[in-house]
Design a protein around this ligand. Structure first.
Ligand code: BTN
Length: 214
């Protein structure tokens, strides 16, 4: 069962979801806001959140495949709206090599909170794009939200992830807290780890910032 809680401006829908979990809300909660003053990105970055974007957090049970499932849900939905969306490992959604949507997954109490931001009308950064820039049209936030939530139920997210991956096959640099590694992204496993062929060895990368070098 899905319970949607709507807000005007919040600091971050991730924080609101945590507060609501503390108050007894559980799996199935969706927190959506018009705007965020402190939108959270991965790796300590900010997520610029003007009033025309889609910002929501979904509370689910913890499980390993969530980065795959959520990236597929967003990319597939954007495909349904006519965009050629692709996934940059682990779960950035790109159109024409520019970021259109981002996903952060935080573990809290017994839950995982999946935070999703989609650029709809405004292009927040030079490296970003937005739905309107790509299609020339604005779409309804409610319809987009509904379709993304529906696509969380996609069958065989693992295969879909591979189909939609823009990273597999590329030479990449993975920046981690303690340094970086470069190599060819040859595959991902069912836990979402990246198989990187680097200096003749296969390394399984769990997390990091992925830069497509060629
Ligand atoms: C990233 O690509 O770095 C992840 C961005 C995630 C942004 C969304 S917007 C809704 C939710 N609330 C937040 O504060 N962050 C996520």
């Amino acid at each position: 069962m899905v319970k949607i809680c709507r807000y005007g401006k919040v600091d971050s829908t991730q924080n609101v979801a945590k507060e609501l979990i503390e108050e007894g809300e559980e799996e199935g909660l969706v927190v959506i806001a018009d705007e965020q003053s402190k939108g959270k990105g991965r790796l300590g970055r900010k997520w610029i959140s003007p009033s025309d974007g889609l910002y929501f957090s979904v509370v689910v049970k913890k499980q390993g495949a969530l980065p795959l499932i959520s990236a597929v849900a967003v990319a597939k939905t954007l495909e349904e709206f006519g965009l050629r969306a692709r996934i940059k490992w682990p779960n950035d959604v790109l159109v024409k090599n520019k970021k259109i949507a981002g996903i952060i997954i935080e573990l809290f109490r017994n839950y995982a909170i999946i935070g999703i931001g989609v650029n709809m009308d405004t292009v927040p950064l030079k490296t970003s794009t937005a739905i309107k820039e790509q299609t020339g049209k604005s779409i309804s936030k409610d319809i987009l939200l509904k379709r993304i939530l529906k696509n969380f139920e996609v069958e065989d997210a693992f295969c879909e992830y591979k189909r939609l991956s823009d990273t597999i096959g590329r030479f990449v640099r993975i920046e981690m807290i303690d340094g970086f590694v470069e190599g060819t992204a040859i595959d991902i496993d069912e836990h979402g780890r990246l198989m990187l062929k680097s200096e003749g060895k296969i390394r399984k990368i769990t997390s990091g910032d992925c830069i497509h070098l060629r």
